[in-house]
Design a protein around this ligand. Structure first.
Ligand code: IVH
Length: 781
C-alpha cells in the first residue's frame, strides 16, 4: 500500500473512532474543532487524490445531487407498528395479556419512544448499502442518499459484523439542534419548523440530500430486521448492546427491568426526565426482553403482542384561538396573551398561551378564530406553535395591537432598542410595545411593588400579588414609599385582614427596613440589574449617591457590568421620579449604603479614560500614547486646539491627532469629558489618585505594566484585567520594553513571541491564578 493510502486509511480510522466515541459511547475524547481539523485534512488529501476516495469515507456525507423521486424498497421483514397504552390501567391490561400468554412473569426491556421517523438501514459486508422509510410497513421509500448524511449513522460497521444486517431505529432531531436551526432560519428569513419531529421528517424527505446534510439529524437504533451470518443474543437488551459493538448508537435510557413494579417506576422516571433529555419522546416502549418469549407471543394484525408504547401526555394539541388579551408587565411591556378554547396538553388544561409580541403574531400569521397548535413542554409557558390554515373560518379577525394601555389608558409606544457604543447610542425600532404610564399605570405599579417586596429583594412576607393588588386598587399605595407609611387602620380596612394578619404584615414591613443595600438596589427593579449585578454594584460603589454620581465610564469598570447595564443604571437615576422614590425610601430608614462609603474600584487611568471616550482613530494604543504625553485633561484639550501641535505632541500618529482634534473641537464633547473627570475626582477614582498610589507604592502592583493575551481558562480577559488593576497594575494593550509581565493564555500569538524576544516575564494561566489567590482575590478559585 502506498504512503498516501496509508495516511488516508489512518485518518479515516481516527475519524470513525471519534464518531463512535461521540455517538455510541456518548463520551467524545477530542474537541469538535480537532475533529473538524481531521476531517479537513482528510478532505484535502482526497481532493489531491480523487481516485482514492471510497464511498465509506467520512467525507462522503455531503449529500448527492437531487433525485426526481424516491425509489421503492420492499421490506423483507415487515416494519410493524406498536399498540398504545394511554393510562396505567391500559398498560396493566397489556402486561396481564403477556403473562397470561406466557403462563409466567416476563423480563422487560424498557426504551424511550423517540419522536422522529422510523428508518431501516441495510448493511452488507459491513457497508451501509440502503436506507429506507417505513412507508406502509411492507414498502417504503429509498432514502439511502439522505441517511448517509446523518453522522450518527455509520457508513461502515466495526467489530464482528454479520454478512447482512438490517438495523431499525429512529432518525430524529435533537432539541438543541432544532433550536439552533430555527434560530438561524429566523436570522436568514427561512421557513421555521414547528417542532423537532416535523423538522426531522422534512429533512429526511428532501429529494436534495445536500439539504439533508445541513440539518442536525441524529439516530438511535431500537431493533433488527433481516440478519444473515450471526448468532444473535437471546434478548432485546442484549441485541441492542451488540449493535453498539458494531458502531450503532443506542439510547442510554434503554434499560432492563425484571418486575412490573420496576417497569412502572421506569415509566415514571423517564417522564420526570422528559424535559431534560435533548430529544423529544412521546412515551416509553415496553418490550418483552427474551426473544424466545416474543416469538411465543407473536403478533396481532400489524403489531406485536410483546411490546407496547406507553404514552405520555401529548405536549402538542390543536385548539381554537378565541380571543387575544393584552397584559402590562413591570417595565410596561404589553404582551399579547392568547385566550384558547381549553385543551388538555402536557398534562394540564391550558386556556392561555403567550404570543410574545407583535412580531411573533406576524410570524405566525395568526388570526382570532384560527385553529392553532399549542405546545406545553414541562413547566414552560404554553406556546402557540403554528396555525392550521386550512381550518381558518371565514369570519377570522386580525389581531389589533391597542394604541392605548388597556389598564391606564396612557399611550402605547413602540420600544426603541438602543445599542450603546462608547459615547453614542444608536436607536432602532424594537419588537415590544410599552405603556408610557410608568408608575402611574397601576399594572406597572403593581408589578414593581411585587418585585420590590419579593423574597430576593425586601422579602416582605405577606406582601404578595393579591395584597399588592388590593392596596393599589384601594388607592393606599402609589409608590414603594407608601408601603412604609401604611397605617394600621388602612390595612385593617382591607378585605381579608384581621388584627393578627394586620400586625404581622406591619411587622414584616418594619423588619424589611434592615434589608442590606444590595437587595434594596435589586428591589428598585432597574432593567437588566439582577440579584448578582446588584450585589456587585453595591459592593463596588458603596452607596447610592456614588452610583448616581458615577459616570457610565466608571460603572463599566465593575465586573459583570457592560455598557448596556451601565446605561440602564445611569438612566434610572437620571429620572427625577425614581430619585424621589429613592429619597423617600431613604427617609423611611431603608439602607442605601454607608453615607461616606468610598468607591472600591481602581482609579480609572488617564489612558483608559481617553480610550473610553470612543474617539474615532483613538484605540487603546493611541490612548496610552496620549496619556503618557499629557499631564492632564486640560492640557490635552488645550493642545487639541491645534491639530498640528497635537500631531507633534503625539509623535506622528495622524489618525489619532485628527480624531482628538475634531472631538475636542466640539464644546459638547469637551463639557462631557470634563464632567466625567469632575465626577471621577468627586468619587476619588481619578487618575491622579492612581498616581499618588503609585508614588506611595501603595498597591502590590503599583507601577507595574501588564499585558494580557490569549484565552484564559477561568477568568475572562476583562476580569483578569479588573483584578490586576485593582491591585494597582496598569494593563496595556501591546507589549513593549516597558511591559513588566505578559499574561499568556491558550493560543497566545505574536504578543508572546514579542515578549520573549524582549525578555519580558511571561506568566501562564496558572501563575496568574496562583498570584491572584495569594493576593486574596476570591473568585480566582
Ligand atoms: S419498536 C415491532 N422501539 O414508534 C416493534 N419503536 O408505533 C416496532 N418508535 O414507527 C417498533 N421509539 O418509529 C420501537 N424504542 C422504540 C421506538 C419505536 C420510537 C417508533 C417507531 C415506530 C413507532 C411504532
Amino acid at each position: 500500500m502506498s504512503d498516501i493510502q496509508n495516511q488516508l486509511e489512518q485518518l479515516r480510522r481516527q475519524i470513525d473512532e471519534h464518531n463512535y466515541r461521540y455517538y455510541v459511547e456518548d463520551a467524545p475524547s477530542i474537541p469538535d474543532a480537532e475533529y473538524d481539523r481531521l476531517l479537513r485534512e482528510l478532505q484535502a488529501l482526497e481532493e489531491a487524490h480523487p481516485d482514492l476516495v471510497t464511498p465509506e469515507s467520512p467525507t462522503q456525507r455531503v449529500g448527492a445531487r437531487p433525485a426526481s423521486a424516491f425509489g421503492e424498497v420492499a421490506h423483507e421483514v415487515p416494519m410493524l407498528s406498536l399498540g398504545n397504552a394511554m393510562t396505567p390501567d391500559e398498560f396493566q391490561a397489556f402486561a396481564e395479556r403477556v403473562e397470561k400468554g406466557l403462563g409466567r412473569a416476563a423480563a422487560w426491556c424498557c426504551e424511550p419512544k423517540l419522536d422522529g421517523l422510523a428508518v431501516s438501514l441495510l448493511y452488507e459486508n459491513g457497508v451501509l448499502v440502503r436506507g429506507a422509510t417505513r412507508g406502509d410497513g411492507s414498502t417504503g421509500e429509498d432514502i439511502t442518499q439522505n441517511v448517509r448524511t446523518v453522522r450518527a449513522i455509520p457508513l461502515k460497521l466495526r467489530g464482528d459484523f454479520p454478512a447482512r444486517l438490517e438495523v431499525r431505529g429512529e432518525v430524529f432531531m435533537s432539541k438543541s439542534g432544532f433550536e439552533a436551526m430555527n434560530q438561524k432560519a429566523l436570522e436568514t428569513g427561512d421557513k421555521l419548523f414547528a417542532n423537532p419531529r416535523n423538522a426531522a421528517a422534512g429533512s429526511l424527505r428532501q429529494l436534495d440530500s445536500r439539504i439533508t446534510a445541513k440539518r442536525p439529524l441524529a439516530f438511535y437504533a431500537y431493533g433488527l430486521g433481516v440478519v444473515e451470518g450471526a448468532a444473535l443474543p437471546a434478548s432485546q437488551f442484549g441485541r441492542l448492546q451488540w449493535l453498539k459493538t458494531l458502531g450503532l448508537p443506542v439510547s442510554q435510557e434503554v434499560q432492563q427491568r425484571t418486575s412490573l413494579a420496576e417497569v412502572e417506576a421506569y415509566h415514571a422516571q423517564l417522564l420526570a426526565k422528559r424535559n431534560d433529555l435533548d430529544f423529544d419522546i412521546d412515551g416509553a416502549v415496553i418490550k418483552v426482553d427474551a426473544v424466545a418469549d416474543q416469538d411465543e407471543l407473536g403478533f396481532v394484525s400489524r403489531a406485536p403482542r410483546w411490546a407496547i408504547a406507553w404514552k405520555y401526555p401529548a405536549q402538542e394539541e390543536l385548539t381554537v384561538l378565541e380571543d387575544v388579551e393584552f397584559q402590562v408587565g413591570r417595565t410596561g411591556a404589553i404582551t399579547p396573551v392568547a385566550k384558547l378554547k381549553p385543551v388538555f396538553v402536557g398534562g394540564v388544561t391550558v386556556s392561555n398561551a403567550t404570543l410574545h409580541n407583535a412580531d411573533e403574531i406576524a410570524r405566525l400569521g395568526v388570526k382570532i378564530g384560527d385553529t392553532v397548535i399549542i405546545r406545553r413542554a414541562g413547566d414552560v409557558i404554553p406556546q402557540v406553535v403554528s396555525v392550521v390554515e386550512e381550518r381558518r373560518p371565514l369570519d377570522a379577525r386580525d389581531i389589533q395591537f391597542p394604541a392605548r394601555c388597556p389598564v391606564c389608558g396612557a399611550h402605547v409606544e413602540r420600544e426603541t432598542l438602543k445599542t450603546h457604543l462608547k459615547t453614542r447610542v444608536i436607536e432602532r425600532e424594537g419588537t415590544a410595545y410599552r405603556c408610557s404610564g410608568r408608575l402611574t399605570c397601576s399594572a406597572q405599579l403593581k408589578q414593581a411593588l411585587i418585585h420590590f417586596a419579593s423574597r430576593k429583594a425586601l422579602d416582605i412576607e405577606g406582601l404578595g400579588d393579591v395584597v399588592v393588588e388590593k392596596l393599589v386598587d384601594a388607592g393606599l399605595v402609589a409608590s414603594p414609599v407608601d408601603i412604609f407609611t401604611l397605617s394600621r387602620e388602612a390595612i385593617l380596612g382591607l378585605e381579608g385582614f384581621a388584627e393578627l394578619s394586620t400586625d404581622k404584615l406591619r411587622a414584616a414591613i418594619l423588619r424589611s427596613k434592615a434589608t442590606p443595600f444590595a437587595r434594596v438596589l435589586y428591589g428598585l427593579g432597574i432593567p437588566e440589574v439582577g440579584e448578582e449585578t446588584a450585589k456587585l454594584v453595591a459592593a463596588k460603589m458603596g452607596n447610592v449617591d456614588n452610583i448616581r454620581l458615577a459616570p457610565l465610564e466608571l460603572l463599566t469598570s465593575i465586573p459583570d457590568v457592560g455598557r448596556e447595564v451601565a446605561f440602564h443604571i445611569s438612566e434610572f437615576f437620571v429620572e427625577a421620579n425614581n430619585w424621589r422614590v429613592v429619597d423617600g425610601l431613604r427617609s423611611q430608614g431603608l439602607n442605601f449604603g454607608e453615607p461616606d462609603a468610598k468607591v472600591a474600584l481602581a482609579p480609572l487611568s488617564f489612558a483608559d479614560f481617553i480610550n473610553k471616550l470612543d474617539i474615532v482613530g483613538v484605540g487603546p494604543g493611541a490612548a496610552e500614547k496620549a496619556a503618557a504625553r499629557f499631564e492632564s485633561l486640560e492640557q490635552l484639550i488645550k493642545t487639541a486646539e491645534d491639530e498640528q501641535d497635537l500631531f507633534n505632541a503625539l509623535g506622528g500618529t495622524k489618525a489619532a491627532a485628527k480624531g482628538l482634534f475634531s472631538f475636542f473641537a466640539d464644546a459638547a464633547n469637551r463639557d462631557h469629558a470634563l464632567e466625567i473627570e469632575r465626577r471621577l475626582l468627586a468619587l476619588e477614582v481619578h487618575w491622579t489618585s492612581e498616581r499618588e498610589l503609585v508614588e506611595e507604592g501603595g498597591l502590590p502592583l503599583s507601577g507595574q505594566t501588564f499585558v494580557i493575551t490569549g484565552t484564559l481558562s477561568v477568568l475572562s480577559r476583562d476580569e483578569a484585567k479588573a483584578h490586576l488593576e485593582a491591585l494597582g497594575a496598569k494593563v496595556a494593550g501591546s507589549v513593549s520594553k516597558n511591559t513588566d509581565v505578559l499574561v499568556a493564555g491558550e493560543k497566545a500569538g505574536s504578543k508572546l513571541a514579542k515578549a520573549e524576544s524582549l525578555g519580558v516575564a511571561v506568566w501562564d494561566d496558572n501563575a496568574l491564578m496562583a498570584f491572584l489567590r495569594e493576593q486574596g482575590v476570591t473568585d480566582a478559585q
